[in-house]
Design a protein around this ligand. Structure first.
Ligand SMILES: Cc1ncc(COP(=O)(O)O)c(C=O)c1O
Length: 460
C-alpha cells in the first residue's frame, strides 16, 4: 500500500477544455441549419476553414505565428482510422504489396494495412520504441510499397534517418524502373509535435530542419478522437503536399468524385486521378467548428503537458536503474502526454520482468496515476492482437495472406519474438499518462507516488 496518493481527472486534454467557445461554434452551425460540409441553407464551410487553418498550422514553426499560406493540402476525414484507410487507398496500396510498419501502434495502424489487402511487415524499434531506420533498411524488398511509421505515444520516430533510408532505396528503384516507396506518417498520437529531418521520399523537399510531424512523408494522418491532444469527438486529418494526390484523397474520402470548385457542392466529372470508388468518410460542419476552436488551444495544451513531463523526467533522472524514453533528436518536440519509464535491464527472465512491470504499474495506479505496463498495453502492442497473430483474413478467400499475389510474403511473422528489441523494451517499460492540468501539489504527489512505488519494488 502506498503512503501517498493523488486524485487526477481522467485526462482528455482537448475534451476537458470544452467550454464557451466550443458551445458558440456549435451554436453557429445549428443556427445556420447547415451541418453538412458542402451545402446547406446557410453553410458556413467550417470544415473547409478547419482544413485551411490546419494547413497553416502544420507549416508553422513552433512558437511562431502561422504563415498566411501553406504548401500543405488538407482533407478532414471521419476518424483517424478512416484517414489511414483513405491514405493507403490513395497511395495505391493493395494485393502484392508489403507495407513496412512498426510494432508499437494502435490496432488501426495495422488493420488499415490488412484492409488494403497488402501484407504488413513489422520493423523493429530503436530506443524511441518507434521504427528503427537501421532495421527498416534491412527489411525493404522489391515488394515494399509503403513505409507506415507511427509517432507513437507523443514521441517522434527518427524520421530524418528514415527519410534518408527511403530516398536511398528510391534512387536504386528508379534506376531499376520499380515504383518508388511512399511514406505515410501516423501522427494520431502526436498532433502538433515537431522533430528534425528533411521531408520528401524521393528528393529532399526542404532543408534538414524542424518541421511538425506529418510534414515529412508523402501523406500524414492525424486523429481528433476524444483521447487525443485536441478533439472533435471523432475526426481525422489527411495531409499531403502533392496536389494530384490531394485530389485523389478528397475523392476517396467522399463518394469517388470530388466536389465542384464553384461551390454548389455537386460532384465534378472525374478525371484519371479522381474517378475512383469512394469510402464515404466526410467530416461534418459540427466537427469542423469544434476542431477550429480546438486547434487554437493546441499550443497551450502541448506546453502544459511538456512542462509537467519535463519536471517528472528531471525528477527521475539519475535514479539508479531507471531511464526514461529518449527524445529522438533533442528538438524537444514531443507532445508530452506520456512518460515512459524503463525499469532495470537486469530484472531476470521474462516472467520476472512481467511480474515486476505489473507490480510497478499496479502500484502507480493504486497511487492514483493513470499508468500502464507496456507488455499488457492491449492492442497497442503487435503480439497482443489476436487477428494479427492468427492472420485473420478479411474475406473468406483468405485475403490478404492467402491471396496468390501475396504468396511471396506468406512467411512474415507476428508473434512475440518477431521484434526482439521492442519486445525487450515492452517487457520493462511502464507508462504514465501526463495530465495537461495539475496543481503543484498534485504534481509533487505524482513524483512521490513514483518514488514510493519504485522503492517498494526495490528499484534505485
Ligand atoms: C497511432 C494511432 N493511429 C490511428 C488511430 C485511429 O484514430 P481514430 O480513433 O480517430 O480512428 C489511433 C487512435 O487511437 C492511434 O492511436
Amino acid at each position: 500500500m502506498n503512503e501517498t496518493s493523488v486524485r487526477l481527472e481522467r485526462e482528455f486534454p482537448g475534451g476537458i477544455r470544452y467550454g464557451a467557445e466550443e458551445l458558440e461554434a456549435i451554436r453557429r452551425v445549428v443556427e445556420a441549419q447547415s451541418p453538412f460540409r458542402y451545402y446547406g441553407p446557410q453553410c458556413r464551410f467550417e470544415a473547409r476553414q478547419f482544413e485551411e487553418d490546419f494547413a497553416r498550422y502544420l507549416d508553422s514553426q513552433p512558437g511562431h505565428p502561422w504563415p498566411s499560406t501553406s504548401p500543405f493540402l488538407v482533407t478532414a476525414s471521419n476518424s483517424g482510422t478512416g484517414a489511414l484507410e483513405v491514405a493507403l487507398d490513395a497511395l495505391g496500396t493493395g494485393c502484392g504489396d508489403e507495407v513496412l510498419t512498426q510494432g508499437f501502434f494502435w490496432i488501426s495502424t495495422i488493420s488499415s494495412v490488412v484492409r488494403s489487402r497488402a501484407v504488413p511487415v513489422l520493423v523493429d524499434s530503436d530506443d524511441t520504441m518507434n521504427m528503427d531506420p537501421v532495421d527498416l533498411e534491412r527489411k525493404i524488398t522489391d515488394r515494399t510499397r509503403i513505409v507506415l511509421l507511427v509517432h507513437m505515444a507523443g514521441e517522434a520516430a527518427r524520421i530524418g534517418p528514415i527519410m534518408d533510408v527511403v530516398r536511398r532505396a528510391n534512387r536504386d528503384r528508379l534506376g531499376r524502373g520499380l515504383p518508388v516507396i511512399r511514406v505515410l506518417e501516423d501522427c494520431a498520437q502526436m498532433i502538433g509535435g515537431h522533430t528534425i529531418g528533411a521531408p520528401g521520399s524521393v528528393t529532399p523537399l526542404g532543408p534538414e530542419t524542424t518541421y511538425r510531424v506529418g510534414a515529412f512523408g508523402d501523406v500524414g494522418i492525424f486523429s481528433l478522437q476524444l483521447n487525443k491532444n485536441i478533439t472533435s469527438g471523432e475526426g481525422g486529418v489527411i495531409v499531403t503536399r502533392d496536389p494530384a494526390l490531394h485530389r485523389r484523397i478528397q475523392a476517396i474520402n467522399d463518394v469517388g468524385f470530388i466536389r465542384d470548385s464553384r461551390g454548389t457542392g455537386n460532384v465534378e466529372d472525374g478525371d484519371e486521378q479522381t474517378l475512383c470508388w469512394g469510402q464515404g468518410r466526410r467530416f461534418t460542419e459540427l466537427q469542423g467548428a469544434l476542431a477550429r476552436v480546438q486547434l487554437g488551444r493546441i499550443d497551450e495544451i502541448l506546453s502544459s503537458m511538456r512542462t509537467i513531463h519535463r519536471r517528472l523526467e528531471k525528477h527521475l533522472a539519475g535514479r539508479p536503474g531507471i531511464t526514461t524514453r529518449p527524445h529522438a533528436d533533442g528538438a524537444n518536440g514531443d507532445s508530452g502526454g506520456f512518460l515512459l519509464i524503463h525499469l532495470p535491464q537486469t530484472a531476470g527472465d521474462d516472467e520476472q520482468r512481467f511480474a515486476l512491470g505489473r507490480k510497478v504499474a499496479a502500484g502507480l495506479k493504486e497511487g492514483g496515476l493513470l499508468a500502464f505496463y507496456c507488455h499488457d498495453y492491449e492492442v497497442h502492442v503487435y503480439y497482443n492482437i489476436p487477428q494479427l497473430r492468427t492472420r485473420l483474413p478479411i474475406h473468406p478467400s483468405g485475403c490478404p495472406w492467402g491471396c496468390e499475389r501475396n504468396l511471396a510474403s506468406r512467411e512474415v511473422s507476428y508473434g512475440r519474438g518477431t521484434l526482439p528489441r521492442l519486445d525487450e523494451l515492452f517487457s520493462r517499460t511502464v507508462g504514465i499518462v501526463i495530465p495537461s492540468r495539475a496543481t503543484e501539489e498534485q504534481e509533487a504527489s505524482m513524483a512521490r507516488v513514483v518514488d514510493e512505488v519504485l522503492s517498494a519494488a526495490g528499484i534505485g
